[in-house]
Write a protein that binds this ligand. Structure first.
Ligand code: HEC
Ligand code: HEC
Length: 216
């Protein structure tokens, strides 16, 4: 075979690679524009719609509305999908969030998760030292005699959470209490948190909720 023929034989392959590269390059700016547009749309939704209740940056003031700032994107996406699919079902979730989430596309949900995960959290709220000490003890050690596990085992030593478990640090105590009651009664039907909450008494829940609210 002459070298010309060999080169010709290789031609279609090299064209194929170059062609693919050109396609990738050509589509890249479009893709970047599209994801910037989705990011901007999510910011507009967050500040213009969600912000009424959750605060424009996710640092809500009213304890009925959970703080979303600094929460993990994966957890936020999971919850928004649970509202959209109507599986997170206590009365406030049904009344406030099912409708809110029903019109959000998966792309917007992902971008909202990113938006809130990037927002700065505020300082913790003051609670008296004795309550904080009781709450911290429960958070770090659970109540072995009651079969209550240490919360820190999943939510992390400083309650900052991770990709699998939500952040609890700085969350409104009132909201945390309401969620623990919902896990207990299975209105928010999550097996692992039902197991954790089933033997907690009201004063124990209050102490751990106050401790969590006091964290930055
Ligand atoms: C009219 C008030 C209101 C508006 C507007 C609103 N929410 Fe909510 N949201 C709530 C309430 C109340 C809850 C708590 C539900 C519960 O207690 O289970 C909640 C819960 C959530 C949660 C769960 C947080 C957690 O820690 O589990 C997420 C995520 C959320 N909202 C995101 C959004 C997004 C995104 C928007 C805008 C598209 C939005 N919300 C608009 C009232 C509102
Ligand atoms: C074995 C792991 C595990 C342990 C231990 C655990 N949790 Fe959780 N917790 C979870 C998971 C998973 C979720 C998210 C549930 C979901 O996806 O809706 C959660 C969610 C929560 C929420 C809801 C957060 C929100 O923003 O709505 C609260 C409040 C909570 N946990 C408090 C506690 C407390 C208090 C303890 C200790 C008494 C504890 N958890 C121990 C796994 C755990």
């Amino acid at each position: 075979m002459s070298s010309n023929v060999r080169n010709l034989a290789r031609l279609p392959h090299s064209l194929g690679v170059a062609g693919t590269m050109m396609l990738v390059l050509a589509s890249f700016p479009g893709w970047a524009q599209e994801s910037a547009a989705i990011g901007q749309h999510a910011r507009d939704v967050a500040t213009g719609v969600c912000g009424t209740c959750h605060g424009p940056d996710g640092n809500s003031i009213n304890p009925m509305f959970p703080r979303l700032a600094g929460q993990h994107a994966g957890y936020l996406v999971g919850q928004l999908k649970a509202f959209k699919e109507e599986t997170r079902g206590d009365p406030y979730a049904i009344g406030y969030m099912w409708g809110m989430a029903s019109g959000l596309s998966d792309e917007t949900i992902d971008a909202l998760g990113q938006y809130y995960a990037q927002q700065k959290t505020g300082p913790g709220r003051h609670h008296d030292a004795a309550t904080i000490a009781r709450g911290r003890d429960l958070f770090e050690h659970g109540i072995p005699s009651e079969g209550v596990p240490a919360c820190s085992a999943c939510h992390g030593p400083d309650a900052l959470g991770n990709d699998m478990y939500p952040r609890l640090a700085g969350q409104h105590a009132e909201y945390i209490l309401k969620q623990l009651a919902s896990f207990q009664s299975n209105m928010r039907n999550i097996a692992v948190m039902h197991g954790v909450a089933q033997n907690l008494r009201d004063p124990e829940m209050q102490a751990v909720a106050d401790y969590l609210e006091s964290l930055p």
